[in-house]
Every structure is written in C-alpha cells, then in structure tokens.
Design a protein around this ligand. Structure first.
Ligand SMILES: Cc1cc2ncn([C@H]3O[C@H](COP(=O)(O)O)[C@@H](O)[C@H]3O)c2cc1C
Ligand SMILES: O=C(O)c1cccnc1
Length: 337
C-alpha cells in the first residue's frame, strides 16, 4: 500500500519533488546546438527538455511506457445523467480486454503497454447528491489501486478512465475544487440533449449543496464527489510524481481527477502534460486552471486515455529529434551569423 492513510496522501501531496535542473540546462544547451535555427522545433524542443528534467537525463528516452485505464461505476447515474446505460462500463471493460476499443488501437500505435483496472464494478459509488460517493476506506483503496500501476521503471505514464456518468462527477469535482457555476463545468459527455444537460446541472448543484459544509481538501473532494476510477487516476498521478515519472493526461475527466489536488497544491501538474483538449466544453477552462497547455486539439471527446495515447506519438518524435539530430559542429554546418 503506497498511501497507508488519508494523512499519508495529504503529506505526499504537500511535499512534491522537483525536476532535475542540471538535466534541464543540459538538454536546453543541446537543443541550441542542433542543426536548426534556435527554437524552430517549437514545442517539440520544450517537450524534450521537460522529459529530460523529469527523467534526470539530458538525453531522455521512452522505453517502457504504460497506459493505465481505470473503470468505475457511479451511483448518481440513477438521475439520468448519461446518454448510455451504466451497464456499458463493464461491457467496455470486456471490450478493452478483447482488444476492440479505441484505446487498444491508439495505445498499440503509440507503443504503450495497456493496463485495464476494473474497480469494484459490481458496487457503484453512492449517489453523491445524498451521501459521499465513497467511504474513506473505499477512496483510499482506489487511490492505492492507481498508485499500484506506477511501476518504478516506467519512463512515462498515461492515464485514462471508463465510467458511465463520470463527466457529471468530473464537473462536480471542478466545481468543488475551483468554484464557478455548475453550468460552466457541465457538457454533453457521451451526448445528452438539452434536458440531459439540465439534469446534470441539477445533480451537480445538489451535490455542491449537500457537501458544502464538508472538508474541502483533495482527499475529501475525491471521496465526496469523485469516483473510484477518478481517485485511482489521482493516486497514479501523485505516485508517479513521487517516482519522478512524467504523466500524460487525457481529456476532461482525467484532468478533473487532478483538479482537487491542484486546489491544494498547484505544483501537482508540474510533471503532467495535457495530451489534448477535449471537445467537452469545461476542459478549456479546467486546463487553464491547471496551468496546462494541451498538445493536440482534434475535436475528440472519448476519454479512455485516447487523447493521451495519441500525444505520446508527438513526445516520441520530440525525443527522436532531440537525440538523433546532429549538432552544427558534428555536421559542419555554419552557425548563425
Ligand atoms: C461505448 C462508450 C465507450 C466509451 N469510452 C469512453 N467513454 C466515456 O464516456 C463516459 C462519460 O460520459 P457520460 O458522463 O456521458 O457517461 C466515460 O465512461 C468516458 O470514459 C465511453 C462511453 C461510451 C458510451
Ligand atoms: O474529455 C473527456 O475525458 C470525455 C469527454 C466525453 C466523454 N467522455 C470523456
């Protein structure tokens, strides 16, 4: 067990490691010597330097990299917040295991190991409009299930989720972490109509009111209005930070898993890359609050870690350029006048 108690989780979140400044400086210096005008590879240069800092290596590599997809069921689906029935969660887990989902194809194409972790799918979380979604023990177990996927020899981790109803949980998390109005964080998810949006908004407003007097720290927010798969992502992101492993986030829901942590310690996203910005409308606002600039904008709104896996192709290309290009001296190319 990585986090023995809620207090253990809180201590870990308060005490975050920083990247290796020496590796960052050396990687920047190498970028300046490669046969291209300075800065001409734009964000590819920044990506290589970022990975260098977290790997503590001026010539970073992505050998072993993993996508972890967490699945959980949500009690508040009784309020009609999704365009699909809750039974789809377990059915999609079977699809992941059979190799038939988008994330199977995209993680394969990106050279990622795929790990699927189904979290007590027979026991949905409690309806968070009338109770905390999870007990302390359930929330802690979920955080630890997430932390457990972070093998210490990973060079990179990407995270994703499957849980019918979880775009409503994500909105509730963002509202509790960052404030604003419920409407600002609500979107169509799997594709609900205007009435569905109204139901989602009412559910999130009720959750806000019900939990208003409860403690507002990251653990309590995850426990009260999150879900098992969402807490697992939070645990994976925090444990990856403890191990200095960079993380690629996916869409609105995986980003929302980090929102309560960022409300307690804004530095939690320093080892994170936003793989893409989802079409779910709250994601733009959420990434701004997390201080993350997404790599891709492709109109995707799937979840499952799909956008994060896709972005790994870009990161691999950034490192290929960083490691394989010749310097001006090596190639005997004249430097800038
Ligand atoms: C077949 C199918 C595959 C999915 N893969 C990810 N999601 C996505 O949709 C869900 C969130 O949307 P909502 O809050 O509207 O239920 C999550 O499970 C998310 O991962 C899927 C949804 C469906 C239907
Ligand atoms: O951006 C996401 O994570 C997302 C959006 C819609 C449905 N499921 C996931």
């Amino acid at each position: 067990m990585i986090f023995a108690s809620p207090a253990d989780f809180r201590v870990a979140l308060a005490d975050l490691c920083v990247p290796d400044e020496g590796a960052i400086a050396a990687a920047r210096a190498r970028q300046a010597e490669l046969t291209k005008p300075a800065g001409s590879l734009g964000r590819l240069e920044d990506l290589a330097v970022f990975i260098a800092g977290w790997q503590g290596d001026p010539r970073p590599r992505i050998g072993r990299a993993r996508t972890a997809i967490f699945a959980g069921n949500h009690g508040m689906t009784v309020h009609g917040v999704s365009a699909f029935p809750a039974s789809v969660t377990v059915q999609m887990v079977a699809n992941f295991e059979a190799g038939g989902a988008a994330i199977n194809a995209l993680s394969g194409a990106a050279g990622l190991e795929l790990e699927v972790i189904a979290l007590d799918l027979d026991t949905p979380t409690a309806d968070f409009t009338i109770a905390p979604a999870m007990t302390e023990a359930e929330c802690l177990a979920s955080l630890n299930a997430g932390a457990a996927v972070v093998a210490s020899d990973l060079d990179l981790l990407t995270v994703g989720e499957m849980g019918i109803g979880n775009s409503t949980a994500a909105a509730a998390l963002c509202l509790r972490a960052f404030g604003g109005t419920a409407a600002e964080w609500i979107g169509p998810g799997t594709g609900v109509d205007a009435e569905g949006i109204a139901r989602k908004t009412a559910v999130v407003e009720q959750a806000r009111a019900f939990h208003a007097d409860g403690p507002a720290d990251a653990f309590e927010t995850l426990r009260r209005v999150g879900g098992r798969e969402i807490a697992a992502i939070a645990g994976a992101v925090l444990h990856a930070r403890q191990l200095g492993i960079p993380v690629v986030l996916d869409g609105f829901i995986s980003s929302a898993a980090v929102a309560p942590l960022a409300a307690d310690n804004v530095e939690i996203t320093d080892h994170c890359i936003a793989g893409h910005v989802s079409a779910e409308p709250g994601h733009v606002r959420l990434l701004a609050r997390l201080g993350l600039d997404p790599l891709l904008e492709l109109g995707m709104r799937l979840g499952e870690g799909s956008g994060g896996a896709l972005a790994v192709n870009l990161i691999r290309s950034a490192l290929a350029a960083h490691n394989q290009m010749a310097t001006f001296a090596e190639a005997q190319v004249a430097a800038k006048l």
